[in-house]
Write a protein that binds this ligand. Structure first.
Ligand SMILES: C[S@@+](CC[C@H](N)C(=O)[O-])C[C@H]1O[C@@H](n2cnc3c(N)ncnc32)[C@H](O)[C@@H]1O
Length: 209
């Protein structure tokens, strides 16, 4: 998008103005607020992993809605610290991602969110594959920490989660929904998958024999 069109859109966007008025780091805050107003997965003591957190608007919402919980914000890029949150610069595909997260999180999370996106290539299939890869990486990480009953929220593209990913979500969670927040630009292909009611992780092998 040309910089003039971008500027025009920013100036005319009520969510940009509202974000500035509320002190949010970006308009993305309203997407998470809307999803939580509808599905109620955040809460006073919830422990949240916020993937693709920079510049930090979702982190701000998580902190406000989970004041006695824990918020771990992760991004591949540098992010300004936010008082109350643990901020980690980390690529979710890194080999030591689980280890680094475990050092901050301990063992248990109630909510795993991914608002991760790779820069758009303009080639829809490539963009789709990339976002699915990020979504799967987020789900893999969730599998290491998620408590039974937990929630997984991830950005996908229009058309929703791919069959294979959707099957995995339906196997691991009691309820799986797609949602397009009003704050998500209508022209954009982005939407979210919200999977609730994590079923207990598979029993360790030694208990299965
Ligand atoms: C749309 S922005 C997130 C906005 C954020 N939720 C907020 O509220 O401010 C997407 C983020 O995903 C991050 N990201 C992309 N690939 C990633 C990866 N492999 N690991 C971690 N973060 C990644 C990007 O650096 C970018 O900051």
């Amino acid at each position: 998008m040309s910089s003039t069109r971008w500027l025009e859109r920013q100036l005319n966007d009520p969510y940009v103005a509202a974000a500035q008025a509320s002190g949010y780091r970006s308009r993305a805050a309203f997407k998470l607020e809307e999803m939580d107003d509808k599905f109620r997965f955040l809460g006073r003591r919830k422990r949240v992993l916020d993937l693709g957190a920079a510049p930090g608007a979702w982190t701000q919402v998580n902190l406000a809605r989970c004041p006695e919980g824990m918020v771990v914000a992760v991004d591949i890029n540098e992010m300004e610290p936010i008082p109350g949150a643990v901020v980690l610069k980390l690529d979710v595909f890194a080999e030591d991602a689980v280890e680094k997260l475990r050092a901050e999180i301990g063992d248990v999370l109630d909510v795993v969110e991914s608002d991760m996106a790779a820069p758009a290539t303009g080639h829809p299939q490539t963009d789709h594959l990339r976002i699915m890869g990020l979504c799967e990486a987020a789900l893999d990480l969730a599998g290491h920490f998620m408590t039974p009953g937990g929630t997984f929220v991830a950005k996908v593209l229009q058309g929703g989660a791919e069959r294979e990913l959707l099957n995995r979500l339906k196997r691991d969670f009691k309820e799986v929904k797609h949602f397009k927040p009003k704050a998500s630009r209508s022209g954009s292909a982005e939407m979210y998958v919200v999977a609730m009611g994590y079923r207990a992780a598979a029993a360790p092998i030694k208990e299965q024999v």
